[in-house]
Design a protein around this ligand. Structure first.
Ligand code: ATP
Ligand code: MG
Length: 288
């Protein structure tokens, strides 16, 4: 089934990223509420069609840990990507002062299962693992989005938006990006989720891009506070942040790590957590 723009009713803006806007939309023929991401690109029709073709493999693959793909279309060199609407939003807006360890464990399990699915079933690496790309719904489900499915889209984005990267990740450039880089980003995301802030200074006038890169490459990796997180949890993050990519564990090994073993069968009420995090987020928005 092909989605076309006339069948969609625009509801509200969900957020803005580097490449465009994400909107909540209602698809009339199917009665489904979706999230529609607009990606601005300067491309000819051939390349745009190639992107649509590459995105098509998503129709054949589904996982509970991956945000569902409904379809894509283009209008005047903009690609519109329609996906499952996640009604509690992205983790960056939900983690507050930091999530408790049991919630962090459940989020981590979902992230690894999603990333492992992409790798094993579709042979793709994510390339942009971070809290804004981990979405939650009020049923308490955690799913990943914005992975690099389409090589052409990836390439075109890199060309059109050179130097727009907000976060530097070592090894990020070009072909040296590997599954181990995603594992590094998983470790950084866990630090951010656990502490409520990004673990490195964000580059600005005082601390430039170069200083941030130097801190990431040469500095000692940051750690979670030991008074709120167990030794197993700290060790898990340390292994993901190993300076040598070859020494980082695989997804299968991470799933067997004592930290995740401990919480694998634990009953964590993710639904209540998501609802509570979502409502404190709304309260926060009202204050400002
Ligand atoms: P960047 O451009 O640096 O990757 P980003 O991930 O925040 O940052 P977008 O991917 O454009 O940028 O998304 C913008 C915001 O829209 C996200 O932060 C998220 O809060 C919201 N969003 C994206 N997809 C969905 C979705 N499927 N359901 C609900 N909200 C979404
Ligand atoms: Mg995103």
């Amino acid at each position: 089934y092909k989605i076309n723009k006339d069948e969609l009713v625009l509801l509200e803006e969900l957020g803005k990223g580097q490449y465009g806007t994400v909107q909540k939309v209602f698809h009339k023929p199917t009665n489904v509420t979706m999230a529609m991401k607009e990606i601005r690109l300067e491309l000819d029709e051939t390349k745009l069609n190639q992107i649509l073709m590459e995105l098509d493999i998503l129709h054949k693959s589904q996982s509970t840990y991956i945000v569902d793909f409904y379809g894509a279309f283009f209008i005047e060199s903009c690609v519109y990507y329609c996906m499952e609407y996640m009604d509690a939003g992205s983790l960056d807006k939900l983690y507050g002062e930091g999530v408790p360890e049991n919630v962090l464990a459940k989020i981590t399990i979902a992230m690894i299962k999603g990333l492992k699915f992409l790798k094993d079933e579709l042979n793709i690496i994510h390339r942009d693992v971070k809290p804004t790309n981990i979405l939650v719904n009020r049923a308490g489900e955690v799913k990943i989005c914005d992975f690099g499915v389409s090589g052409q889209l990836q390439q075109s984005l890199a060309k059109t938006h050179i130097g727009c990267q907000k976060r530097i990740q070592h090894e990020k450039s070009s072909s040296s990006y590997t599954v181990q880089s995603d594992i590094w980003s998983l470790g950084l995301s866990m630090l951010e989720l656990g502490t409520g802030k990004y673990p490195y200074p964000i580059p600005d006038k005082k601390i430039g891009m170069f200083a941030q890169l130097a801190a990431i490459v040469n500095g000692v990796p940051p750690v979670l506070p030991a008074d709120r997180f167990s030794a197993e949890c700290l060790d898990f993050v340390a292994q993901c942040l190993n300076k040598n990519p070859q020494n980082r564990p695989t997804y299968a090994q991470l799933l067997e790590h004592p930290f995740l073993e401990k919480y694998k069968d634990a009953d964590v009420d993710m639904k209540s957590w998501a609802e509570q995090a979502y409502s404190s987020r709304k309260d926060l928005l009202k204050q400002t």
